[in-house]
Ligand binder design. Structure first.
Ligand SMILES: Cc1ncc(COP(=O)(O)O)c(C=O)c1O
Length: 480
């Protein structure tokens, strides 16, 4: 694989220093005030601050959670659409901390952020260039909008069956050939933490007058530590998506969408799309968790936690090198906190099973190839020591598992014969998957996590796809 080494520059230090970081938590404070002020309520949510829930559920989640489970209709909390009050202040604090022009809180995860960007910024039959390793939400958005997808395929790694980086040269080649493409959308980092040279990519985009969206769902910590890669917010992207709930310490489903300082995108369009796609009852609990996560990462405590996560990852990587039969994905531009490993003689799924059953260790994900481990904020060194000890033991044992052939992700250049939206809405039929070779898919087949597509509407089904259709007896194809 040809990747140029990216330096996560010392310039980053200066950028971080100029960001207006505050530990202010306007929304958390408003929620605390709400919690401490008993009111007689005649409104939604009808469980009345927990009084109306099944007691066992109250026992499970605790009264405090139920007490503050409210939505955005009360004056002291503000509203999400249009943004006002404490929610607005919290969004502004987030924009300052990330160095964005505008930051939006999203309660449907980065899925809704991606849908909104596609909905707001692409039109039917407009040509867009998308990294093939994009999350399926990007494609759902493009099915809604009807834009015409061109693919840029990430590099293939030599010894690892996972997607690598996207090269700026590959993007340039596509933009040169098709001057109608005015939007490029990439995922960075990859799920396994591999980093593309976004600065170079954004320069290419500017050269061809194309806007750039970066789905940085897995990179929300980057702007808070100079040992981590540079965020696309500072590298010329127009919009950036962050799943704060993934690694930033927010609650599940809480994400942010940033419009950058020099973005060519109009906020009104994005706001309009977010409003249409969002629930009309956003959970204040999720919104407050975004406020808290940003404040935490800005605080000295959060900084220490993040530094700890990086040190733990470095410790693990050093120790792991000494374990026989274990390989760690390295020597590549990556986010050090995402650790992808494989053990000789075991598939990733088998290794996951052993770790879970014999050692009570849960990993982020497993594939035939290997497992992904995350070094998270709040993680303890003892946990990594235990992980190392367990892996050492496993590497010395003989297991009765039948070693399966590793299924390599089908990094095929897709053969597209129909527009995504047209194929999705065409008359279709379900047929046996073995009869589907040569037919046009009308289905999105994506392995989750991380939700990367194997097959999409409008693409020819090939025999190479069959190993990945293990969950399917029948598959949906365009009616002939
Ligand atoms: C790159 C990427 N983008 C977007 C998403 C969707 O994020 P969410 O789960 O926050 O909706 C994911 C989820 O795994 C992802 O990996």
């Amino acid at each position: 694989m040809t990747t140029s080494k990216i330096s996560f520059s010392s310039i980053k230090d200066n950028i971080i220093k100029t960001l207006a970081r505050t530990e202010k938590t306007p929304l958390v404070d408003a929620m605390l005030a709400y919690k401490n002020k008993p009111m007689t309520g005649f409104h939604i949510p009808g469980h009345n601050r927990g009084m109306g829930v099944y007691p066992k559920f109250a026992e499970l989640v605790g009264n405090d959670v139920l007490n503050i489970d409210t939505t955005d209709e009360f004056d002291n909390l503000g509203t999400l659409h249009p943004v006002s009050g404490a929610i607005k202040e919290a969004q502004e604090c987030a924009a300052s901390a990330y160095g964005a022009r505008t930051t939006y809180f999203v309660t449907g995860g980065s899925t809704v952020a991606n849908l909104a960007l596609a909905f707001a910024l692409t039109n039917p039959f407009e040509e867009v260039l998308i990294g093939r390793n994009c999350h399926r939400s990007v494609l759902t958005g493009l099915i809604i909008s009807g834009a015409k997808v061109n693919w840029v395929i990430p590099r293939k790694l030599k010894n690892w069956a996972i997607f690598g980086n996207i090269e700026a040269d590959d993007i340039e080649e596509k933009l040169q050939k098709n001057r109608n493409i005015k939007l490029v959308w990439i995922t960075n980092p990859t799920y396994e933490g591999i980093v593309s040279d976004v600065k170079k990519i954004s320069e290419v985009c500017k050269k061809y007058k194309a806007s750039l969206i970066v789905d940085e769902a897995h990179g929300c910590l980057w702007n808070f530590n100079n040992k981590l890669p540079e965020t696309a917010i500072n590298q010329g992207a127009d919009a950036v998506v962050h799943s704060l709930h993934k690694t930033g310490g927010a609650m599940t489903q809480a994400s942010m969408l940033h419009i950058t300082k020099n973005s060519s995108f109009e906020e009104e369009k994005v706001e309009h799309a977010l409003k249409l796609l969002h629930t009309t009852s956003p959970s204040l609990l999720l919104l407050a968790s975004l406020d808290a996560a940003r404040a935490n990462l800005s605080s000295s405590l959060g900084q220490k936690m993040l530094e700890g996560a990086i040190e733990n990852a470095i410790y693990f990587r050093e120790e792991a090198r000494t374990i026989e039969n274990l390989s760690v994905l390295e020597n590549i531009d990556h986010d050090v906190t995402k650790i992808f490993i494989k053990m000789k003689g075991l598939s990733g799924l088998q290794l996951e099973e052993i770790l879970e059953k014999d050692y009570d260790i849960e990993v982020e994900s497993a594939s035939d190839e290997g497992i992904l481990l995350l070094s998270n904020i709040g993680g303890k060194r003892e946990e990594f020591e235990y992980l190392i000890k367990s892996l050492k033991e496993i590497s010395q044992k003989k297991y009765d598992f039948e070693y399966k052939n590793v299924k390599i992700m089908p990094l095929l250049d897709p053969e597209i014969v129909m527009n995504l939206r047209e194929a999705y809405f065409s008359p279709k039929e379900y047929i046996d998957k073995f009869d589907a070779i040569g037919r046009i898919s009308s289905q999105v087949v994506a392995l989750c996590p991380p939700g990367i597509s194997i097959l999409l509407p409008g693409e020819i089904i090939k025999k190479e796809h069959l190993p990945y259709l293990f969950n399917y007896d029948k598959i949906e194809v365009i009616k002939e």
